[in-house]
Design a protein around this ligand. Sequence first.
Ligand code: PA5
Length: 444
Amino acid sequence: MEKIQVINQNVLGTVNEEAIKAFYPAAADAIEKLDKGTGAGNDFLGWVKLPTETPEALLDEINDAARAFDGCEYVVAIGIGGSYLGAKAVISALSDSFAEFKPAKGPRVLFAGQNIGEDYTYELVELLKGKKFGIIVISKSGTTTEPAIAFRILKELLETQAGKAEAAKLIVAITDEKKGALRKLATEEGYKTFVIADNVGGRFSVLTPVGLLPIAVAGYDIKALVAGAREMQASTAEAGEENIAVKYAATRNALYQAGKKIEILVNYNPKLHYFAEWWKQLYGESEGKDLKGIFPASVDFTTDLHSMGQWIQDGERTIFETVITVGEQAHKMEIPADADNLDGLNYIAGKRIDEVNKMAELGTRIAHVDGGVPNMIITLPRLDEKCLGGLIYFFEIACGISGYILGVNPFNQPGVEDYKRNMFALLNKPGYEEESKAIQAKLK
Ligand code: PA5
């Protein structure tokens, strides 16, 4: 397995080749709209050519900014949604599973502002007390409540511990070029900043400084990540049968049309847990609108075969799976033989753990197809920066194509505003007086 591929033969009992290919003209139309900027949401297409248009000088500047945190024990990346999930996904996929319990080579990247958990915030502050730490505060709008609360608290702690002038050198802000409270604050405090371009939406921003700076701080090769994305950009630019993004987008739309309303992204490698979280945001926020859209869900197998496996095998038949299968493992480990064989495991002695995992995967795929759950397979050669960069761009471009096939604007997120309006009304935010009255009336 040397490249990322999409294999869809396990869906053919549910939808046939013709039903999938029927979406190819719409996919070609979508690619043209993405390329020429003639579709809905065309002011948010900066990500389409981002890999090839990212100058090496910017990657060098990001690496330099990352090295400026050397000497910090922790760097806290503050952000939510698209300003959080991409970095978290890549760092989790590349990190040692027990990194937090082993000596660190550089700063450890922690995350904040991705929730409003009081205990989470308190415990983070307790961890950082007396430690040298830095902050990357990320918000495209510069006004999002969750990261703003976390930043206010951690900024105060950093200034108390390091002094205001030194703290300013340990804070990097990534935000809009001109607008928003964070831009104003960063300018007044003299922080190093990176810009999130107007035409790149949050969930498509992992390959901008939003994702790249925390990934670089964690010690990973952002040039290889972008190189992988560039290769995928080149290989998915043209419509046609060989375009794997077209194949994925067309197949999932055919399945949706056939009544499969839920897509479960499956992995057999626990390091991909947060990659699935990133993917869920990408597809959920892009397609779930106008009362349409495949519901994106995820499971970590084999772990979740012992929880969700029953539902998937025998529950309502409205689901399909997309399985990310990773070719090579970074490490080799065999199951040892045991003279007594009291556990009865000698039949797999001498096999690599990954061989057993792959048989679990194959067996599960067959069982699920037999049970009426079609699946697609996405092959990933290995978990490294280049492959992940390719996978990120693959899912992004396929999302744009798929959203246009579905007939929605994949680049807005009007539904996200509704909870904010209610929360601001309940908190009596200035400017929300009418909404406050209305929501209080509802609560009576
Ligand atoms: O995809 C999106 O646009 C959202 O998920 C945002 O990334 C998220 O709401 C955070 O917004 P901001 O970066 O403006 O703080």
